[in-house]
Write a protein that binds this ligand. Structure first.
Ligand code: HEC
Length: 519
């Protein structure tokens, strides 16, 4: 069984990595609309001023059957909640959008202008006049069909999943066989939840067909539980990320003809976050997949800073610690074009800040979230791709608050929290979706990505997290043969130590940073 163990160790290492990487390309792919407010002078009325603001910025979620808890369509809907609306808009709690305005320039930013907020405040203060109904704007049209056109492949959850009326949030994975007869390239995934009031966000991955057969439905309900388990189960490859969806998001195609691989015969894994609504709901989502006609010329890369969801940077957050900081810097080996930034952490994270420092010393803001809320798993798409030259340093700092005064702390009193995959564990990273500007730099990027990965694993082995996680997955690192390769080497049990390039004989995935390639 010696050979098997070696194979298994290698497989486990790769899979842990692939799986960790897989949640990273999440939700980079959503879009929203915006219109300017008209200048306001005389009296502010619902029909002429407030309705246009609400229709443009609120009804995408605040309408029947959507995720928000009430509609904001009629005069009465809005008037009945006027004071609350004035308060939540003035506080910029609504519309929900976590990125700091002006720190990074994002497409589809959900944000009211100062003039719009003032208009709402004035309207409420002046007694909320309706005004001339004839001046009401038309309610925006919401497509009930596929927004991106007819998909090439439509998948549906095999069975309904029942979400209880109340109780804690539920994280559940559903296995949907793709029945693909050949390897494909995915340009977009359109997600259509049925019980929209309870589905908060969803992540998409594919794994080798049948890889989850033993746990799918094992607890008597469809799917299996967990938060980011794609990496936790051996024998998943080929596997990889396919994007995601969050409340209020619209599907879009990846930019510039880019596409993500999806292997033949694979299972589509739908990982959902449910938030009970007060009423029992039954979810049976449908997924539309849009394929590229051929393999794309360029592969979308995922640079996680810190790497692999922070496994090498975050060890534990002591109970009661208000300001736990993890920081990581990487220097780019080639010129890159960055399309989006996807922050990821769980409930304790408070602040994310990412800045690029160019070789000439100038700084470019990339993303700043000052009050992270796990419930809004948005991806942030740059309006224009951000070009960063070789030698640019990306600095990411993530701060956690593990005190009782953090209202989002799932534990009261606070508990010591480790890096891990459960929602009560923590992680922390920003995944940047990018490509090297020049095709010739692809090889240099691959080498860099492998070094990053190995460096992260080495750090995780040095700080003990890797061993702890491996143990929880039933992988025995210490007694596994294969020193000199993969983990054994990283752990210093073999020929050398340190961040090794692709271990000999272990075919490096063509795209080590964003999941395995289908074969
Ligand atoms: C992307 C979806 C989305 C958009 C856009 C959105 N909301 Fe909400 N809103 C929600 C959800 C979900 C909730 C309930 C959860 C929560 O309070 O965070 C909510 C809650 C609220 C609440 C109740 C807050 C409370 O404390 O009880 C108000 C008021 C509100 N929204 C107003 C607005 C207004 C006004 C706009 C537009 C300017 C808007 N929302 C845009 C999704 C949205």
């Amino acid at each position: 069984m010696r050979t098997q163990s070696i194979v298994r160790l290698k497989a486990d290492t790769t899979k842990l990595v692939v799986g960790l990487a897989s949640a990273a390309l999440i939700i980079g792919v959503v879009s929203r609309g915006e219109t300017p407010v008209q200048a306001q002078n005389a009296s502010v009325t619902f029909s002429e001023t407030i309705a246009p603001i609400v229709y443009e910025n609120c009804v995408s979620c605040h309408r029947p059957g959507e995720a928000a808890p009430f509609s904001l369509i009629t005069y009465d809907d809005v008037k009945n909640r006027g004071k609350l609306i004035a308060a939540v808009t003035a506080a910029r709690y609504m519309p929900p959008w976590q990125a700091t305005h002006g720190f990074g320039d994002f497409a589809d930013e959900r944000r009211l202008t100062d003039a719009q907020i003032t208009a709402i405040g004035t309207w409420v203060r002046d007694g909320m006049p309706e005004g001339n109904r004839a001046k009401m704007p038309a309610l925006p049209k919401f497509t009930s069909g596929w927004r991106l056109g007819t998909p090439d492949l439509v998948l549906e959850m095999p069975q309904e999943f029942e979400v209880p009326a109340s109780g804690p949030d539920i994280f559940r994975n559903f296995v949907i066989p793709s029945k693909l007869l050949e390897d494909k390239w995915v340009r977009a995934v359109e997600f259509r939840p049925r019980a929209r009031t309870v589905v908060h966000h969803a992540l998409f991955n594919y794994v080798r067909g049948g890889a989850y057969a033993s746990i799918d439905g094992a607890d008597g309900k469809p799917g299996f539980r967990g938060l980011a388990p794609i990496g936790a189960n051996p024998n998943l490859t080929p596997a990889g990320p396919l994007g995601g969806w969050a409340v209020g998001g619209s599907p879009r195609f990846l930019p510039e003809g880019l596409a993500l691989p999806m292997g033949r015969g694979s299972d589509f894994i739908l990982q959902m976050h449910f938030h009970p609504s007060g009423k029992v709901e039954r979810e049976k989502s449908t997924i539309g997949i849009y394929f590229a006609e051929k393999a794309p010329e360029r592969t979308l890369r995922n640079l996680m800073v810190p790497g692999l969801f922070g496994i090498g940077s975050l060890v534990e957050i002591p109970a009661g610690e208000r300001n736990h900081v993890i920081e990581r810097s990487v220097t780019l080996p080639v010129d890159v074009r960055v399309y989006f930034a996807n922050p990821h952490a769980h409930y304790l994270a408070k602040e994310f800040k990412a800045t690029a420092t160019l070789p000439d010393g100038s700084a470019k803001p990339l993303l700043w979230i000052q009050d992270w809320d796990f419930n809004w798993q948005d991806g942030y798409n740059y309006k224009e791709p951000v070009v960063l030259p070789k030698g640019t340093r990306i600095d990411v700092r993530i701060t956690y608050d593990n005190t009782a005064s953090n209202p989002r702390n799932p534990s009261n009193p606070p508990q010591k929290v480790w890096w891990g995959e459960q929602s009560t564990d923590e992680m922390g990273t920003i995944g940047f979706g990018l490509i090297p500007v020049r095709r010739e730099d692809e090889a240099a990027w691959n080498t860099f990505a492998l070094q990053q990965r190995n460096g992260t694993l080495l750090a995780a082995a040095t700080n003990g997290t890797l061993q702890r996680v491996a143990q929880s997955l039933g992988i025995d690192l210490q007694n596994t043969p294969g020193a000199g390769q993969g983990l054994g080497r990283l752990l210093g049990r073999g020929r050398g130590q340190g961040a090794a390039p692709a271990p000999a004989g272990n075919a490096a995935p063509a795209n080590p940073d964003s999941g395995a390639k289908p074969r």
